[in-house]
Design a protein around this ligand. Structure first.
Ligand SMILES: C[S@@+](CC[C@H](N)C(=O)[O-])C[C@H]1O[C@@H](n2cnc3c(N)ncnc32)[C@H](O)[C@@H]1O
Ligand code: SF4
Length: 450
């Protein structure tokens, strides 16, 4: 057992709050010691791990955007790669075929097409991908497919948005982020009120009634007034069913150096105010949850994300840089680090899974991964945890639970470990309590944020 006390870990986690978030592991290099590199071994590992599942979700990544927003952390290509959409679709279809053999007829309980911006593809390209998914995999009839768009595309291309609805996408998510002109310009992102309003009109006319808007906070030059203006406008004028608040994660972005200037007080204050405003407007979420929903009994997130967060349901990600979390492996596709297409294309051309890094995980790491992501909803469902790992959560984390309970950071109720308001404010310290021993050591050694 390591020497690190829970107190040390908690304090360090709070200091490093910009990196101790729901994304686990801490750094891209954290799991290198588990890495498998041989292509045949990778295939065997995938086969053996996925064989153990009865159901899973799928994710497809589309790495194209109008241009790259400076705050964005996702796998988005630029330069020449941005022109290679058809080549990409063809490679992606081959990847879907490779997984067909491995996944077989296991039930697909969630599906998201994300990015990037999936709607940067032509309608016909999205349709070919969607059709192939349904040909290759056993979608549960109740699974609701979800897709992402930008306001600019939704505003300019009604036919495409309508086609998505016709293809069976029932939830659509659109990033607004901020309506502040100064911030939009600084981030290199196009947007104005007439675009947002036209986008909403088209999305509604296309038949979507599960519509989410993403807003962001935690930017250095974003004051409370800016944030509130965006919130009020979204609530009053755009009126989506769901609003998701993203606190900016700086790691790996073009504005990473700004992180030092963004205090915990500032982000906590922004979240608190947003929670109050949204709840007053009928958008509900327990304190600490990022997605607010106007529909009773509806979490507001896609099936893919909801099941990932609550049940730890395994998922296979396909496309550039996509992440997969199987029964007990974690993988990132080619492009996760380089954000370029060549290696992804080359591996597929050679008939190999286009995986950049794959790690069979010890149980402690798989547990840490599931619990970290549960903080997206600010609770851990004890029964779901037991179903996923066959382990009693309260026994496994006995000391950590006692530590957090004594400080009023969590409470155990109705079969859940619920993060309290104080716990949400110090969540960067709470999450590492559930890290593996190795990740605790790693966190204690980190000196600088980035
Ligand atoms: C992959 S984007 C898809 C939406 C679409 N591309 C758009 O920008 O309208 C999903 C969401 O992630 C959020 N996001 C992007 N960069 C982020 C970052 N660095 N930290 C936290 N959230 C981020 C944004 O709110 C964005 O809408
Ligand atoms: S925020 Fe959306 S549009 Fe901007 S670069 Fe990221 S994925 Fe693309």
């Amino acid at each position: 057992m390591s020497q690190i006390t829970l107190e040390d870990l908690y304090e360090k986690g709070i200091k490093m709050h910009h990196i101790t978030n729901t994304a686990y592991p801490l750094t891209p290099g954290s799991f290198m010691r588990y890495k498998v590199t041989d292509a045949r071994e990778i295939k065997k590992l995938l086969k053996e791990d996925i064989e153990k599942l009865t159901a899973l979700s799928l994710y497809v990544h589309v790495p194209f955007c109008q241009s790259r927003c400076k705050f964005c952390e996702y796998a988005v290509v630029s330069g020449n790669d941005a022109e290679k959409k058809e080549e990409y679709v063809q490679a992606l279809l081959k990847e879907l075929d490779m997984y067909k053999d491995i996944i077989g007829d296991k039930k697909i309980l969630g599906f998201d097409m994300g990015g990037g911006t999936p709607t940067q593809l032509e309608t016909d390209q999205i349709k070919r991908i969607t059709d192939r998914l349904h040909q290759n995999f056993n979608f549960d009839p109740a699974t609701e497919m979800s897709i992402e768009t930008t306001p600019v595309i939704a505003a300019r291309d009604f036919d495409k948005i309508k086609a998505l609805n016709d293809m069976g996408y029932k939830r659509i998510s659109m990033g607004v982020q901020t309506i502040n002109d100064r911030l939009l310009e600084a981030f290199g992102r196009e947007g104005n009120r007439s675009i947002y309003e036209q986008a909403v009109e088209n999305i509604r006319r296309a038949g979507f009634d599960k519509f989410n808007i993403d807003l962001m906070y935690g930017f250095l030059d974003q004051n409370m007034e800016d944030f509130k203006t965006t919130l009020d406008y979204t609530i009053d004028k755009l009126i989506p069913e769901y609003i998701t608040l993203y606190r900016n994660r700086y790691k790996g972005t073009k504005i990473a150096k700004e992180a030092e200037g963004v205090t915990l007080d500032k982000v906590n204050g922004q979240y608190k105010e947003a929670h109050r405003i949204l709840n007053a407007a009928g958008y509900e979420a327990p304190y600490g949850k990022n997605t607010f929903s106007k529909l009773a009994g509806d979490y507001g997130t896609s099936d893919y994300l909801t099941k990932r967060v609550i049940e730890g349901l395994p998922y296979v990600g396909m496309g550039l840089g996509a992440q997969s979390f199987g029964h007990q492996y974690l993988a990132y596709n080619e492009g996760a680090s380089t954000k370029t297409l060549q290696n992804y294309f080359d591996k597929i051309e050679r008939g190999e899974f286009p995986i950049q890094d794959i790690y069979p995980l010890p149980e402690s790491e798989a547990i840490a991964k599931m619990v970290s992501v549960a903080f997206y909803f600010a609770f851990v469902d004890l029964e779901q945890f037991k179903a996923r790992f066959g382990i009693d959560f309260e026994e496994y984390f006995k000391d950590e639970i006692a530590f957090l309970t004594e400080r009023g950071l969590i409470e155990m109720k109705d079969g859940k470990m619920v993060v309290t308001e104080a716990g949400v404010e110090q969540v960067g310290g709470v999450i590492p309590m559930f890290y593996s021993p190795e990740s605790r050591e790693e966190l204690m050694k980190i000196k600088k944020i980035f």
